[in-house]
Design a protein around this ligand. Structure first.
Ligand SMILES: Cc1cc2nc3c(=O)[nH]c(=O)nc-3n(C[C@H](O)[C@H](O)[C@H](O)COP(=O)(O)OP(=O)(O)OC[C@H]3O[C@@H](n4cnc5c(N)ncnc54)[C@H](O)[C@@H]3O)c2cc1C
Length: 487
């Protein structure tokens, strides 16, 4: 393990910070984290909308090596998570390795030297042995193509580009989209806005969950006894829920999915009093086909007198508000586009050019994919964290990234041994993985007949289609025969 390697990590979000910490832990210091903005935190820096809350219990949405006794509540808000990442990055000594305002524009592999040249928008470049792409999934806002949007006289903006000048208090606010983000914004605004119009294309299933604040005494106890944190993080009920969820999505006629569906259905039946509103909020697809909403308060808020759920399609935006297809007009001061992200972009638009001039756009001509979500044939020594085909759902992506790192580092160790300069999955292994993955993906709940960001352009679910345990097992050790090691 003597060979010293040089690394570029792209992105200083949760996954990039993780990679930096893990390299330092191994005594490796020859790396730089290139971050395109002027601050770390990724998702939790970009999203500042009112109501932003992690829907994974706070003690589980933490790095396994950096428990946080200070969390204020069971489900915690975005600003607190951002501060957590800032603190961990500082505590673990990663800050000096982050180069801010450094947008990676291209990464080009040179076969002769087995090195990557990573170029930055400011004209600088880095020659390295290994690239870790930790550039995020839900990162490129999707702006809907609504006629007249640009004519709106109030503030109209995407939820991940929150406009602090927008009128909210005593205002008429329209929210386009009712996924997790739209619902969180709605619940945060009902007490402030004069009227909230939820412009809903398709309703969501809502899983009821508990929410509560931790007391000072509980936080003191967490500080003194980390086992109390572990009891929450590794709590059997929480893990049972994750296993139930992933078993359910992969066995859609099994008892786990029946339980999820029943919990959501009862939540709707028991919580929403007005039958007409209840029917507006009843999805016509199966629970968990779209990402499940976890909420303890949405149904309370959506029933408030100043909320109107509009289910007719939007025809156009006019200077004073939104016109529906049936002619109904909603006068608005502010229009929030909670319309999600281009979940298929990953590191793009940065160009990545691998062996023999092959581009990532070539490799992903049909759909973005990666062998076990971490590496791609023709792109040696290029590893992704939270890359395509990885698990997504109602569990912590921190755990996913940590498991992926454990896998990636075993491949890196082969390079450090000095016998190989380049490692990439074989084309056969990739083809076999894709064939199995696509066949399994079509059978998951995500493929059961709804539109969602889980689907790729061909309608195939883009995520990990097997159980959580199958993912953990796959990440425990690479199957080295599926890799090509070049001297
Ligand atoms: C509103 C919202 C709520 C969410 N809630 C949850 C939740 O409850 N639970 C959960 O597990 N996950 C949740 N997620 C998913 C969340 O994205 C992940 O948990 C996690 O933050 C992803 O970390 P990351 O480092 O992989 O990506 P990101 O946080 O997206 O960070 C990527 C970083 O890379 C940088 N970058 C991108 N391209 C370049 C480039 N070319 N050059 C340099 N830098 C670049 C970006 O600026 C960014 O800082 C949520 C996402 C959103 C949008």
């Amino acid at each position: 393990m003597n060979k010293e390697l040089r690394y570029v990590i792209i992105g200083a979000g949760m996954a990039g910070i993780l990679a930096g910490i893990k390299l330092l832990e191994r005594g490796e210091t020859n790396f730089v984290i290139l971050e395109k903005t002027n601050a770390l935190g990724g998702t939790w820096r970009d999203n500042r909308y009112p109501g932003l809350t992690c829907d994974v219990p706070s003690h589980a949405y933490t790095y396994s090596f950096a428990p946080n006794p200070e969390w204020s509540s069971y489900y915690v808000g975005g600003p607190e998570i951002r501060r957590y990442f800032e603190k961990v990055a500082a505590d673990f000594g990663v800050m000096p390795y982050i180069k801010f305002n450094s947008e990676v524009t291209s990464s080009v592999f040179d076969e002769k030297t087995a090195t990557w040249t990573v170029s930055v928008a400011d004209g600088t470049s880095h020659e390295v042995d290994v690239v870790i792409a930790a550039s995020g999934v839900l990162h490129h806002p999707k702006i809907p193509n609504i006629p007249g949007l640009e004519t709106f006289k109030g503030h109209a903006f995407h939820s991940a580009r929150w406009n602090d000048e927008a009128k909210l208090d005593d205002a008429r606010v329209g929210i386009v989209g009712c996924g997790s983000t739209g619902i969180q914004i709605l619940t945060a605004l009902t007490g402030r806005a004069k009227q909230v119009v939820a412009l809903q294309r398709s309703p969501q299933w809502v899983m009821p969950v508990p929410q509560f604040d931790y007391t000072d005494a509980e936080r003191e106890a967490f500080r003194n006894d980390p086992k109390l944190i572990d009891d929450i993080r590794y709590n059997k009920d929480y893990w049972a829920a994750i296993i139930r969820f992933t078993d359910g999505i992969t066995n859609i006629d099994g008892p786990e999915m029946a339980e999820i569906e029943e919990l959501c259905r009862q939540n709707l039946e028991n919580s929403v009093k007005d039958p007409a509103l209840r029917e507006k909020l009843r999805p016509n697809y199966r629970a968990a086909c779209k990402r499940l909403i976890y909420s303890w308060c949405y149904y309370d808020h959506v029933q408030k007198p100043n909320v109107y759920v509009e289910t007719g399609g939007i025809d156009r935006v006019e200077p004073e508000g939104v016109r529906m297809q049936d002619g109904t007009f909603h006068a608005l001061d502010t229009l929030v586009l909670a319309t999600g992200f281009h979940a298929d972009r990953f590191i793009r638009p940065a160009s990545v050019i691998g062996r023999e001039g092959k581009t990532l756009d070539d490799a992903w001509a049909v759909r973005p994919t990666a062998y076990y979500a971490v590496s791609i044939p023709d792109f040696p020594n290029f590893f992704l964290l939270n890359g395509p085909t990885g698990p997504v759902g109602n569990f912590s992506l921190i755990d996913i990234a940590e498991a992926q790192w454990k896998y990636v580092v075993q491949l890196i160790d082969r390079l450090k041994e000095g016998n190989a300069r380049a490692v990439e999955p074989t084309k056969d292994a990739m083809a076999d993985y894709e064939e199995r993955r696509i066949a399994a993906a079509k059978r998951t709940i995500f493929g059961s007949g709804c539109t969602s960001w889980y689907l790729d352009d061909t309608g195939v679910p883009a995520s990990w289609p097997w159980s959580y345990q199958a993912f953990v097992d796959a990440m425990a050790k690479p199957n080295y025969e599926d890799y090509r090691f070049a001297a």
